[in-house]
Design a binder for this molecule. Structure first.
Ligand SMILES: Cc1ncc(COP(=O)(O)O)c(C=O)c1O
Length: 400
């Protein structure tokens, strides 16, 4: 997004890393900066503008007051690892050993990077569904993996089984799965996970699965961790975080669950990348993960109401929406507004309309695939969504 950056990099010649030159800065986080610059409502980056649960904020304050302010055990405070294991057993009926199978990281972002660096060798390939969460591209580059893409097809974001099968080769080390999915809102069904499982087993590949939106599910959608499928327990790295479920994206606490062998590699990478996540916030995380079922039910019900509100706002403004069944984003088709591409359209949205969104091209390896798509998040309060709606209604005359 910063036009000067590649030139500067070129001017620096070979002094900079070729890896870093292969990706741009995050489009999503760039949109947040533009939203601040233009006073726009930020429906680009997925962070809530409402309060985190009072119990967990209190737990964090108490942990600091109790002087839990030094390094935690590098792979995670015992209290948090125990709570993660208990929650996984409660929600997915999978028993994992908190001593040997869990690594607490600085957000799921670091968990994904540590996981990839722990399993990837030069020449390895990773299968990635697209549209994809934008981090997976740089994750692949930094870990040295070559991505192979499998399309999710709108409007229901289904994939072709032969295309999936063709993406796997003897060089495949892993498939990256994100369910419930950002940006599409797809929740992978059990039979789809079975098809992925079949390929993982056939090619002896890992599934690295990002399940950070596991509790945002709508209209009966169910989340299944692929680790629970036959033969997948020890070939899955399950990644999750406090960020979305407890509305604390700034805390930077996430984790990876994997077999002891894989965990020992993840722990080494993690230790030398970051040493550990914030110690007092890990203690608060242990409290968060033990919140009662009613917390998760209310979370899902509140998000369903926000989803429905945002669908109505976007449809009213002239967007064609792909209705999400999970997570907290809506992918839209913006072709009715007559813009030649998504970047031009989101720039217009942020500067002239006062709403920031994410251009669809940032979710595809070939930007051409996303030029008529734009993603909006709805993890915002009603007044924020309503104000966005008021502003988006100004779009109408252009759609004529
Ligand atoms: C699919 C997905 N994974 C990971 C993240 C980042 O998670 P964390 O804040 O735990 O690093 C996001 C944030 O938007 C996301 O959408």
């Amino acid at each position: 997004m910063n036009p000067a950056a590649p030139e500067r990099a070129a001017a620096m010649g070979t002094r900079l890393s070729a890896k870093a030159a292969r990706f741009t800065e995050s489009v999503i986080r760039e949109m947040t900066r533009l939203a601040i610059q233009y006073g726009a409502i930020n429906l680009a980056q997925g962070f809530p503008d409402f309060a985190a649960p009072v119990e967990i904020k209190r737990a964090a304050q108490e942990a600091i007051a109790a002087d839990i302010n030094q390094y935690a055990i590098t792979w995670g405070a015992k209290s948090l690892r125990n709570a993660i294991a208990e929650k996984f057993a409660r929600t997915q009926a999978l028993e994992v050993d908190p001593e040997r199978e869990i690594t607490v990281c600085c957000g799921s972002t670091e968990a994904m990077m540590s996981a990839m660096m722990a399993v990837i060798n030069p020449g390895d390939e990773v299968v990635v569904f697209e549209p994809f969460y934008e981090n997976y591209g740089p994750d692949a580059i930094l870990s040295g993996a070559a991505p192979r893409f499998v399309k999710l097809h709108a409007p229901d974001w289904s994939f072709d089984r032969p295309e999936l099968a063709a993406a796997f080769t003897p060089a495949t080390k892993a498939i990256i799965l994100n369910t419930p999915n950002n940006p599409t809102g797809k929740v992978f069904r059990r039979e789809e996970l079975e098809a992925i499982r079949e390929q993982c087993i056939r090619w002896n590949a890992f599934a690295i699965t990002d399940e950070i939106y596991e509790h945002m599910l709508y209209e009966g959608a169910r989340h299944t961790s692929i680790a629970t499928l036959d033969g997948m327990r020890d070939r899955t790295i399950t990644i999750n975080a406090l960020s979305k479920t407890y509305s604390v994206t700034g805390w930077r606490v996430g984790w990876a669950i994997a077999s002891p062998e894989v965990t020992s590699a993840i722990r080494k990478v993690h230790d030398f990348l970051t040493v550990g996540a914030a110690a007092p916030l890990q203690e608060a995380g242990a409290v968060a993960l033990r919140l009662p079922l009613s917390y998760y039910e209310k979370l899902a019900a509140d998000y369903l109401a926000r989803r429905n509100k945002m669908l109505a706002i976007l449809e009213d403004a002239g967007f064609r929406c792909f209705k999400p069944h999970g997570a907290y984003y809506i992918m839209t088709d913006s072709s009715s507004f007559g813009f030649s591409n998504d970047l031009e359209f989101v720039r217009y949205l942020v500067k002239e309309i006062g709403v920031a969104a994410v251009p669809g091209s940032s979710f595809y390896h070939d930007p051409a695939d996303g030029t008529q798509q734009v993603r909006f998040t709805f993890c915002k309060t009603d007044p924020t969504l309503e104000e966005a709606g008021k502003r988006l209604r100004k779009l109408r005359p252009r759609s004529g």
